[in-house]
Design a protein around this ligand. Structure first.
Ligand code: NAD
Length: 413
């Protein structure tokens, strides 16, 4: 298969981006420097991740520790072409991705990576894992896989429930040092960043509707509030809805919010959140965006079929003039807005997520023969990553005394 990125001249720009990101990734750098250079020797890693400067730092770390890495994108819009060019030219890492690739190019690349019969798979959204399950002969060398995001974990849990999970998978998303920081602070900031870069609108005073008050939704709501928006939260889980109320947000139904929201962001991992019914009632001039993993949260098909006009207003901003004459502005085609319109999460937060990916891959390499199950990241890895991060920030914390440890482990007062 040929590389998509032919303009190798882009590589210098990519190199600067990769080095800039690497400065903010001290934990991954410590791991790279302290692990054996043969840690992954003779290990083929198939990675399906957003091709960003942070991912570049992860795949470089893996390859400097001996792995042969093949990289493809986990979303057709998220690739940073200059980063892909640099990985190919300067690091000899094969990358099969380009920004704006078609769905068939995307699927062909996932298939190609699977056909390399990797020993370890690093996935984001479980497309590569799902493909391997449909073509099980390709997974015969597989020690296991790791999964980066909530939606990927949901898919793997459903495979496991049906008794069809064919190899071990480590739920990197569920590590504390992943979702508490990446989903909340990373998605929170980069989603609002994507909306700002695409539209340059003033957030202060706007009604910002956030659908889903999970880890991502909490971060997005907090960031909107920080910029002066009136934040409205939409939930289906009563506990999360109550949490949003007590966090000081206005909670209502999507049907009611449709009438007065200025900006709508979905981050639920569910489909049809901005459904045909909601879109038919949405306020004139509303800006709509998705930050959930797949482009299923907004019914883009409805917009396509029920608009009199469709105009490209700015890069990644599409104006739909609905048959009822209302205008709706869709960002990044309904795909991940933080990666389509901005650069994804800040490097400092990806440092934590990708250190988990690095250590989870090491765990798979060192624990061959695990049963086909979904595994948590071992607690000691989670703690170690937090310790390294605190150290890099020059932050000291206390330790328990012997008496305190005994007290906490005893039932006696
Ligand atoms: N944009 C990014 O870079 C990025 C980063 C991390 C995760 N994600 C993705 O974002 C999505 C959310 O992840 P999370 O970690 O916050 O998940 P989560 O499970 O913590 O939260 C999702 C929330 O959405 C709610 N929900 C489900 N259906 C709903 C509906 N119809 N209306 C309103 N609320 C609904 C659930 O009750 C839940 O509270 C997933 O698809 C995940 O893969 C994206």
């Amino acid at each position: 298969m040929e590389y998509f990125i032919k303009d190798i001249g882009l590589a210098r720009e990519g190199k600067n981006k990769i080095l800039w990101a690497g400065k903010e990734m001290p934990v991954l750098n410590i791991l790279k420097e302290t692990q054996s250079k043969n840690l992954f020797s003779e290990i083929k890693i198939g990675a399906c991740l957003h091709v960003t400067s942070e991912t570049a730092n992860l795949v470089i770390a893996l390859s400097e520790c001996g792995a042969k890495v093949f990289l493809t994108a986990s979303n057709p819009l998220s690739t940073q072409d200059e980063v892909a060019a640099c990985l190919v030219k300067d690091y000899g890492i094969p990358v099969f991705a380009k920004k704006g690739e078609s769905s068939s190019e995307y699927n062909d690349s996932v298939k190609f990576i699977a056909e390399q019969k990797p020993d370890i798979v690093i996935d984001d959204g479980a497309d590569l894992i799902a493909y391997l399950h449909q073509n099980l002969s390709l997974s015969k060398n597989l020690l296991g896989a790791t999964e980066e995001t909530t939606t990927g974990i949901t898919r793997i849990k459903s495979l496991e429930k049906e008794g069809k999970l064919a190899f071990p998978v480590i739920a990197v998303n569920d590590a504390m040092t992943k979702h508490l920081f990446d989903n909340r602070y990373g998605t929170g900031q980069s989603t609002v960043d994507g909306i700002l870069r695409a539209t340059n609108i003033l957030i202060a005073g706007k009604n910002a509707v956030v659908c889903g008050y999970g880890w991502c939704g909490k971060g997005i709501s907090k960031n909107f509030r920080g910029l002066g928006a009136k934040v409205i939260v939409i939930e289906v889980d009563p506990v999360k809805a109550l949490e949003a109320v007590m966090d000081g947000f206005y909670v209502t139904t999507i049907e009611k919010a449709a009438e007065f929201g200025d900006i709508f962001v979905t981050s639920t991992g569910n489909k049809d959140v901005l459904s045909a019914n909601v879109l038919s009632k949405i306020k004139d001039g509303a800006i709509i965006a998705n930050s959930g993993h797949f482009n299923v949260e907004i019914d883009v098909d409805y917009l396509e079929k029920n608009s009199r006009e469709k105009n490209s207003i700015r890069p990644m901003v599409t104006e739909y003039v609905l048959k009822n004459n209302r205008k709706v502005y869709l960002l990044a085609e309904g795909r991940l807005v933080n990666l389509g319109c901005a650069e994804g999460h800040p490097s400092s937060v990806m440092d934590l997520s990708f250190s988990n990916q690095f250590m989870a891959s090491k765990y798979l390499k060192e624990n061959k023969g695990l049963a086909p199950k979904l595994y948590s990241v071992p607690e000691e890895i989670d703690k170690k990553i937090a310790e390294f991060k605190l150290k890099s920030l020059n932050i000291e914390i206390d330790t328990l005394t012997v008496q305190q440890t005994e007290y906490l482990s005893s039932w006696k007062l």
